[in-house]
Design a protein around this ligand. Structure first.
Ligand code: NDP
Length: 451
């Protein structure tokens, strides 16, 4: 059969839509990747014949389960939990757990699909997975969160393990939740083993893991600038979110001589024209990580700051934009605003924060645009290094982890340039990340035959 006779992109996407009715986020993620992959494999018969992309876009398995727990008023509550194990061709499934009322099977399938490419890009032996529950930890007592986590793990434990599937944190799953989840896992299996990453350092966590995603995104930006003989020094940034990724991205951006003008949460955004410096960031970390407060409190504390109730930061003039909150937070209109306002670099700390239409705007404007699967891979990379430390029963120091993270982000940048350089002065980082991420997994799958 001639290569040309094989299924084309449009027929392929029709099939994806038909097999995944109503799963808009998953379909969006597959479409974004597949456009580039179809162009890459056009003349590569082996990938077509082995149906590699079709197999990658069908999770190995989707596990869904009931999670019952009792709230403080003794009401019985029922939630739904999931683990999506997308692909383990190059290593155990690996990807975070998200606890958020907006979690659906579609969201987790998109995240697990993206994670497969991201983990491949790190160069570490990590497959792709994701999981979570439609549980909202906000406003719950510690005891309620503990009971939920224990119930969730009582089912999840049988599907995970250091050689099988290694979850971590994500939206709504931070230190507290990881502690409860790991405590219950260890209790059930009666083994201390690195089946979860993002642990606190007292019980097997890696230094640099909390910082890794945000810092890594900014290192990626440094590499993009360096590729154009420029740097972060003196640049301004608008950042969304005020969680783990956003605050660490802001910290590193500031440390490297830039000025951060905004942060946000799901209630609104702040605009501080004086810049959110190190001292203000320390206050914010205590607000968000210890007191679980709202970003609006920043405007009450620091004069000269505007609080935009229900608003976003995307119309503030700046050199760089770092969406670090959630998926689809930048649509076509916001993307146009960014371009019109002179933003030159968009670096995704969050997963798929830009819609397909927004990505088109960025690509058409040929600005430096780094998709999440490349720019936010630092977190999972250090999680991979946490797994290595747990297996070896060692703890590496800050300097070693810092150097490894810096090198990993530089390597990912190099891979993106290898496959995304158009020969002129433009690098299509989306294309570069998609192809580089695909190739390693695809070649492993070819080696395994039809499994
Ligand atoms: P956190 O829960 O620590 O923070 C999430 C932040 O985003 C909060 O400020 C939250 O506000 C805000 N947010 C959540 N949902 C919305 C929404 N619908 N609209 C506006 N703001 C919202 O999560 P992380 O920082 O860990 O994760 C942020 C993003 O980064 C996610 O896309 C995640 O998948 C991605 N990511 C995270 C990694 C990690 O290592 N943690 C690794 C790679 C990617 P509020 O407090 O009001 O909910």
């Amino acid at each position: 059969m001639a290569v040309a006779d094989h299924v084309n992109f449009h027929t392929f996407m029709e099939g994806v839509k038909k097999r995944n009715p109503g799963q808009e986020e998953f379909i969006q993620a597959v479409r974004e990747v597949s456009q580039d992959i179809f162009a890459f494999i056009e003349d590569k018969r082996e990938y077509h014949e082995a149906q590699i992309l079709r197999r990658m876009a069908e999770p190995d398995r989707v596990i869904s389960f009931r999670v019952c727990w009792e709230d403080d008023d003794h009401n019985i509550r029922v939630q739904r939990g999931w683990r999506v194990q997308n692909n383990n061709a190059i290593g155990p499934y690996k990807g975070g757990l998200r606890f958020d009322p907006g979690v659906t099977e579609s969201v987790l399938k998109f995240l697990a699909f993206e994670q497969t490419f991201k983990n491949s890009l790190t160069g570490l032996p990590l497959g792709g997975g994701k999981g979570g529950a439609n549980f909202n930890p906000k406003g719950k007592s510690d005891a309620e969160v503990m009971r939920f986590c224990q119930s969730f793990m009582t089912e999840l434990y049988r599907h995970i393990g250091p050689e099988t599937d290694v979850p971590a944190g994500d939206i709504g799953v931070g230190n507290r939740e990881i502690g409860f989840l790991f405590g219950q896992y260890k209790r059930i299996v009666n083994r201390w083993e690195g089946a979860i990453t993002g642990k606190a350092q007292e019980f097997g966590g890696s230094v640099m893991r909390p910082e890794a995603t945000g810092y890594g995104a900014v290192y990626f930006l440094c590499n993009m600038y360096a590729h154009r003989d420029d740097s972060i020094e003196g640049k301004t940034a608008i950042i969304s979110g005020s969680g783990n990724v956003a605050l660490h991205a802001a910290e590193k951006f500031t440390e490297l001589g830039g000025k951060v003008l905004s942060l946000s949460d799901s209630d609104g955004a702040i605009h501080d024209p004086d810049g959110i410096d190190a001292e203000k960031l320390n206050w914010l970390k205590a607000l968000k990580f210890e007191r679980r407060g709202r970003i609006s409190e920043y405007a009450e504390k620091f004069s000269g700051t505007e609080y935009r109730d229900g608003g976003e930061p995307w119309d503030i003039e700046a050199d760089c934009a770092l969406p670090c909150a959630t998926q689809n937070e930048i649509g076509k209109e916001e993307a146009k605003k960014l371009v019109d306002n002179g933003v030159k670099a968009v670096v995704e700390g969050a997963n798929m924060p830009s819609t397909l239409e927004a990505v088109e705007v960025f690509r058409d404007a040929r600005l430096m645009y780094a998709p999440g699967k490349a720019a936010n891979a630092g977190g999972v990379a250090v999680s991979g290094l946490e797994m290595s430390q747990n297996s070896e029963r060692v703890s590496w120091n800050h300097e070693k982890l810092h150097d490894m993270l810096t090198e990993l982000m530089a390597d990912i940048h190099t891979k993106c340039v290898e496959f995304g350089d158009d020969g002129g002065d433009y690098v299509d980082y989306v294309k570069g990340a998609n192809i580089a991420g695909f190739k390693k997994v695809a070649d492993a799958m070819l080696a395994f035959g039809v499994v």
